[in-house]
Design a protein around this ligand. Structure first.
Ligand code: MN
Ligand code: MN
Length: 470
């Protein structure tokens, strides 16, 4: 007994010092089971949707299964309603109308994104060279280009034919499908390439996707391999080369989500950023018994600056909130002043192999729970919305009460780099907003890694955020 008694110093240390907690270590058997079970649903969500269109479709399906019905501008609303609103098949808002008056509690918002870095086909993509047919591409979002060579790739997207017919394309996910790939140089001839800076090792115009190699049977013709590929596309989808003009075709990794590690602590997959927040944003709203009006936003175009009609900068999301206010007879200005938002996006997990870019005390440590970033941005908090101490204090209190294991961090050393999220576009509406999301290893790579403990912590944090009383 005497030996296990804490010293006065130990007691004081526990009382006074901030220490991050490893969620796997803190969790009892029952919680550990929940952590692992929850990851199974998430992996299925990842495999079912690799583009914003597909993730949006899966979200609609899950929403319907959970008793949500579609909302259109002008519809009436009442307390207890469970609704989803779709923006151009690429982003979705799910919301529940609470019993609390909007003008007293505002809207509790969790805002994530479902687009991910990838490689898009150009609008005139097909060409033939040296007996092979390729797609020319233009990458989407911030990628390290060399990471996308020599891995199996799938083709996802939509083609609009001249008569308006919509063709959905998904090649490379079924195990009987062929896949695609971007070839790289063999090391034997790579001496010059490997002396280049990594950013020059593979250039954007070298990201050409191998798409075929059998010539059309006709001795007279040139570009016979390309013609044969077009013939196959025509037979299967009824399209011709000009139809690529009105297409959105995305090249994404062809692998599925898998457990990583002997103890299966991690999930490796394409597109954790930011589906690792989008999925918990949905499950939290399904489970929430909040008396407040709650909303989960899954938006598009975050990876290229939140622009366009489906990005967070579009007016449609404020319009939706205004529609909800009108339908319930509430003043939008009053409601948004009372509303609160978690900008649900990932952050960089501390990687000991690259320790020099992190300041460890303020880095997100894997498995220590979902991570709050009070501010993002770069070089002196530039372009960050920087949440207030009051708002962070309010969330901190709610998490403490609910027993959420979470951590505070920032993205790497000061002046080393940086990044932003959609937080600032929501804060702009006069809504208190702070970033919260899962630490990711190898972020923006074709295969990213997250901890199952952090994933579950994220879900619990969102649920707590929806339900707590200030
Ligand atoms: Mn993100
Ligand atoms: Mn990102």
């Amino acid at each position: 007994m005497e030996n296990t008694k804490k010293t006065e110093g130990q007691i004081e240390q526990e009382r006074l010092c901030y220490k991050k907690k490893n969620y796997f270590e803190e969790a009892d058997k029952n919680t550990c089971k929940k952590i692992f079970d929850y990851a199974e649903g998430y992996k299925a969500f990842l495999d079912a949707g690799k583009t914003e269109r597909e993730s949006c479709e899966v979200a609609i399906k899950l929403a319907k299964e959970n008793g949500f019905s579609e909302f259109k501008f002008g519809d009436s609303l009442k307390a207890g309603d469970k609704k989803y609103f779709v923006n151009r098949n690429k982003s979705i808002a799910l919301f529940k109308i609470g019993t609390d008056p909007l003008e007293r509690s505002g809207i509790r918002l969790v805002a994530s994104h479902i687009d991910a870095p990838r490689i898009d086909l150009k609008q005139v993509p097909l060409y033939e060279d040296s007996g092979m047919c390729f797609f020319k591409t233009h990458y989407y979002g911030g990628i390290k280009k060399y990471q996308w060579t020599a891995i199996p790739l799938a083709l996802h997207g939509k083609v609009i034919l001249l008569d308006g017919k919509e063709i959905d394309i998904n090649i490379g996910e079924d195990k009987n499908d062929p896949v695609f790939c971007i070839t790289d140089l063999l090391p034997h001839l790579g001496r010059e390439q490997m002396n280049q800076p990594v950013s020059k090792m593979i250039e954007a115009e070298q990201l050409n996707v191998l798409a075929g190699g059998i010539p059309f049977e006709d001795k007279e013709l040139k570009e016979k391999v390309k013609l044969n590929v077009l013939k196959l596309l025509n037979e299967k989808y009824g399209m011709n080369e000009e139809d690529f003009l009105s297409s959105e075709l995305c090249v994404v990794p062809a692998f599925s989500a898998r457990d990583v590690g002997l103890d299966r602590a991690f999930v490796g997959a394409y597109g954790h950023d930011d589906r690792v927040c989008a999925y918990p944003a949905m499950t939290a709203i399904f489970e929430s018994e909040s008396t407040k009006t709650v909303m989960s936003l899954l938006v598009d175009k975050e990876e290229i600056g939140s622009e366009g009609t489906t990005g967070m900068q579009c007016q449609i999301y404020a319009d939706l909130m205004e529609e909800i206010c009108e339908a319930l007879g509430a003043n939008f200005r009053k409601v948004r002043a009372l509303s609160k938002c978690l900008s649900a996006d990932v952050t960089a997990g501390f990687d000991p192999s690259f320790a020099s870019v992190y300041e460890k005390m303020n880095a997100a440590i894997i498995s220590c729970g979902t991570c709050m970033n009070k501010f993002t941005g770069s070089g002196g908090k530039s372009s960050s919305s920087d949440a207030s101490a009051e708002f962070v204090g309010e969330i901190r209190k709610a998490f403490a009460k609910a027993g959420v294991i979470w951590q505070m961090a920032e993205l790497g050393k000061v002046d080393i780099g940086g990044g932003g999220t959609i937080a600032k576009y929501i804060a702009r509406l006069n809504i208190d907003t702070v970033d919260l999301g899962v630490p990711v290893l190898s972020m923006h790579a074709p295969y990213e890694v997250i901890s199952k403990a952090d994933l579950f912590s994220n879900h619990k944090a969102f649920l707590t955020f929806f339900e707590y009383n200030a």
